[in-house]
Write a protein that binds this ligand. Structure first.
Ligand SMILES: N[C@@H](Cc1c[nH]cn1)C(=O)NCC(=O)O
Length: 517
């Protein structure tokens, strides 16, 4: 697009990506807070005396307000108040929830088992309501800035920030807590506060964009698709739409097999495959830290140059340039792996750190698949493939006992976890009109929370049930709790086929490239 055609902030690619980063702070920190307890499960047992069922209860009750309409209410607020107010209010609720959980874990409300458990849960309920509405706000905001541009890629990158938050929260909480739960919770809550400040900065640009768009529509008499208020009849219309119904149910079964698994994955790896949860010595931390920071900074500088290079128009038109760029990226990555090999070896021996590779891997794969969906389409087919990988992953991590196959299982789970969201979320924007997207995402997340509630709690309760009589600290048998998740994979495949069939009839173009719309 030439300068003369750039009419608003959103027509500048630098501006769009900068807004995405400001917005993604909330995604990063809320995902961190959602998932960081997974790395602390063992410690929550030994330090606070929480059983697996109680651990599951904390996670499950995070979803309770959402199951009973909180996300829909948030969606209505979003439609009524707009992105800015909704983001600030629900981001604020997440901060408040995080703070209550952090105070509870520090013993502020009482240091007995019951007070700690109940007040952590109160904080998590508030946090959970904030997290989900913030996600709807983020998706809505990305559509606002990226519609007609690389929408799927932008959604994938935003999700990448979320996954980075999940991965870092899982991997580092034990180290951040220094062997205690409370500092790790305080740190996680502080992150959401910082992210809210980033969102406040975003709102300044959002106001400017709205003013520019209004000026253009006033001048040209263009009538934009108006935001419509939420009506319950919209919900009925949505549910009656077969493609929407299948994709919403797929969202339930697919995520029920992933998010709950991730919360238990570090403990599973420790109990079933003998991974460690040792904290490194102070000297080792300094040595690895300096090595990792040194190597990562060199790689980051290279990466920033690569991005700079990539955004200069027409750079990739040239075959030779493309080849040079790709080989340079590969050499830099090999060098990086070489420098980091000792750290990687220790990383791959630690339960929480190995489990964190699932969301970490999706950071690389989701944008690649997002870009693929933008350029080539095939969204429904990719969801079938993702569901197949899910089945392999859970079988390899439950009934099989080989640690190398388990690594493959984790890898295929990471690929599935990248494929399905990269295909699913942009597909919703094809099925549903833009002014109904808030309602659509809110409905999907509400249903998703029912599945999460059941499996967050169910896995913990089942784990206690099948391991009755085994004292804390002894290896627990995870076979049946994880095998149950294979069932979710089969239902996901079935729903993906139904979606593909419905799309053929309803012609939403789920198998077509996003950029062609
Ligand atoms: N419901 C959201 C946010 C979320 C993250 N963990 C639990 N809830 C969601 O599922 N977003 C899509 C994603 O793939 O993360």
């Amino acid at each position: 697009m030439t300068e003369t055609l750039k009419r608003t902030l959103r027509d500048s690619s630098a501006m769009r990506w900068a807004m995405l980063i400001l917005l993604s702070g909330l995604t990063f920190s809320t995902y961190w807070f959602q998932d960081f307890f997974s790395g602390l499960k063992g410690l929550m047992g030994s330090e606070m005396g929480f059983s697996s069922e109680e651990f599951g209860r904390i996670l499950a009750l995070t979803t309770i307000a959402n199951m009973f309409g909180m996300i829909i209410i948030g969606g209505i607020m979003l439609d009524k108040w707009g992105i800015r107010v909704a983001g600030i209010v629900f981001g604020g609720i997440a901060v408040l929830g995080g703070a209550i959980s952090a105070l509870a874990a520090s013993g502020f409300f009482g240091s007995d088992h019951g007070s700690m458990l109940n007040m952590i849960i109160v904080g998590r309920i508030l946090f959970g309501s904030g997290l989900e509405v913030v996600c709807v706000v983020a998706t809505r905001t990305i559509v606002k800035w990226f519609k007609g541009y690389d929408l799927a890629l932008a959604m994938a990158i935003n999700m990448g920030f979320g996954r980075l938050g999940s991965a870092m929260g899982t991997a580092l909480s034990l180290d951040i807590g220094g062997g205690h739960v409370s500092p790790a919770v305080t740190f996680a809550a502080t992150l959401i506060g910082l992210a809210l400040i980033m969102f406040l900065i975003y709102t300044v640009f959002d106001i400017k964009l709205d003013k520019q768009e209004k000026a253009i529509s006033d001048k040209s008499g263009e009538v934009c698709d108006p935001e419509e208020d939420f009506k319950f009849s919209d919900l009925i219309t949505l549910i009656k739409n077969k493609s929407f119904l299948y994709i919403a149910l797929l969202c339930v079964t697919f995520y029920a097999a992933i998010f709950p698994f991730m919360q238990y994955a570090p403990d599973l790896l420790i109990n079933k495959f003998g991974f460690t949860q040792n904290l490194p010595q102070a000297g080792e931390v300094i040595l690895w830290g300096s090595k990792a920071i040194g190597a990562s900074s060199i790689y980051l500088i290279f990466f920033l140059f690569a991005i700079l290079f990539a955004v200069v128009p027409n750079n990739f038109e040239n075959k030779k340039t493309r080849f040079l760029f790709k080989s340079g990226a590969l050499i830099a990555f090999c060098f990086y792996l070489f420098v980091m090999k000792d750290i990687l070896a220790i990383w791959l021996d630690n339960g929480a750190k190995t489990a964190s590779l699932i969301p970490l891997g999706t950071i690389i794969f989701t944008p690649i698949f997002g870009n693929y969906v933008d350029k080539k389409g095939k969204a429904a087919s990719l969801m079938i493939l993702g569901s197949l990988l899910l089945i392999f992953a859970h079988i390899s991590l439950s009934i099989l006992d080989n640690v190398y196959i388990a690594y493959f299982g984790l890898l295929s789970l990471g690929v599935a976890f990248s494929l399905v969201p990269a295909a699913m979320w942009p597909s919703v924007a094809k099925i549903v009109a833009e002014n109904r997207l808030g309602t659509a995402y809110a409905t999907m997340f509400t249903l998703q929370n029912w599945g999460l509630f059941l499996f967050f709690w169910g896995i913990g309760a089942l784990l206690d049930f099948v391991n009755q009589g085994i004292p804390e600290g002894q290896p627990k048998d995870y076979t049946i709790p994880i095998l149950v998740l294979v069932g979710c994979g089969f239902i996901s495949i079935f729903l993906s086929f139904l979606l593909k069939k419905a799309d053929r009839k309803q012609n939403y173009g789920l198998e077509l490239p996003s950029n062609s719309n």
